[in-house]
Design a protein around this ligand. Structure first.
Ligand code: SF4
Ligand code: SF4
Length: 339
């Protein structure tokens, strides 16, 4: 297969092994989101998962449109919502006036999105990874919830009309999940897929409890008659930290992958370019989602464009380099279609 045909194949949606780009449930960095969506659409992701916010969705769709016009690539747009408190839907804050002048500023150094400066935390760049919170020796940094209320969800769904939706949930939150599922149903939107993101949020939770919770959720969602995705969330928002961070989600997959309800299984949470190496060659899940690792490898390029008040796709050579890097991240998953 020549490289052009391979790219076309790679850009097809609904393939056996797919890749999702997670832009972030509370990420509002509009310029970066547009570029990330353009880069990863061109590289062949199947879905792009963004916050349920009109301006974010507009930026994501602009990026997808760019890739469609140039490469014919058109991933589905998924929005992330939650049925309760969830670390994916938070941001950090502190009062910079309380910081001592001689602080070595570990918070600023640890932030993966350069969201922190002397004026505090730039809300639009913070996606709630939480790393700065534990870095402050004076405990000045706190988190706050940044979640769409269930009352606002029906209107947002109608306005955005996404291709797919992901519900973040936890074990033992079934009543709240039922409410969200009902809102999706009454919206009458024809979702291509409904994804459920859940992991082990407390160390005492057993993988079997997660499997049981997902079976309960399956009973609720089965009447929606929509293909389901079970997203096993290993170590949330950590894929840029170390090659090994994907091991938690791989472990979950190996523990309960065969006990999950009908649907497609996707790894997330700590996933990065090394995650496929921890999987057995004959036991790959249906797909994978990349979040912080996908953003991290683009950071220098995005910052270059941002410092010049431009979008990355206004620099064709740098954009080509970004797409090449994205394809390298996707290749172990996409290439499997040609095994
Ligand atoms: S370290 Fe994480 S939580 Fe803190 S400001 Fe940066 S993105 Fe937000
Ligand atoms: S580490 Fe704490 S005290 Fe130091 S600059 Fe950051 S928030 Fe302020």
């Amino acid at each position: 297969m020549n490289s052009e045909t391979e790219l076309l194949e790679t850009n097809k949606r609904g393939a056996d092994k797919w890749v999702k780009l997670i832009c972030g449930a509370s990420n509002e960095d509009i310029v970066a989101i547009e570029d990330l969506c353009a880069i990863y659409s061109a590289a062949g992701v199947d879905y792009i998962d963004v916050a349920a916010d009109q301006s974010i969705v507009k930026a994501a769709r602009n990026g997808i449109k760019w890739a469609k016009e140039i490469f014919g690539a058109s991933p589905g747009l998924m929005i992330s919502i939650s049925d309760g408190k969830d670390i994916h839907f938070r941001k950090a804050t502190f009062d910079p006036l309380k910081c001592p002048h001689n602080c070595p500023r570990p918070c600023e150094k640890i932030c993966p999105t350069s969201a922190i400066d002397f004026s505090g935390i730039k809300k639009n760049k913070c996606y709630g990874c939480g790393r700065c919170i534990s870095s402050c020796p004076l405990n000045l940094i706190s988190e706050y919830e940044y979640n769409l209320s269930q009352n606002d969800l029906p209107k947002i769904l109608q306005t955005i009309n996404p291709d797919a939706v992901e519900i973040h949930t936890e074990i033992n939150r079934i009543d709240s999940f039922i409410n969200v599922a009902n809102i999706l149903k009454t919206s009458e939107i024809k979702f291509e897929k409904i994804s459920v993101s859940c992991g082990l949020n407390q160390s005492q939770q057993d993988p079997k409890d997660l499997s049981k919770a997902l079976w309960n959720i399956y009973e609720i969602l089965v009447e929606h008659n929509v293909p389901l995705i079970w997203q096993l969330d290993g170590r949330p928002m950590s894929g840029d930290l170390a090659p090994t961070t994907g091991k938690d989600t791989v472990k979950l997959w190996e523990n309960i992958g065969s006990d999950l309800p009908p649907g497609l299984i996707q790894l997330a949470g700590g996933t990065n370019g090394k995650t496929h190496e921890f999987l057995k060659k004959d036991n790959f899940p249906d797909g994978i989602a990349f979040g912080s690792s996908a953003r991290q490898i683009m950071k220098p390029l995005l910052e270059y464009a941002n410092n010049n008040n431009k979008k990355l796709h206004e620099y064709p050579e740098k954009m080509a380099l970004a797409i090449k890097k994205a394809k390298i991240l996707l290749k172990p998953w996409k290439i499997r279609k040609f095994d």
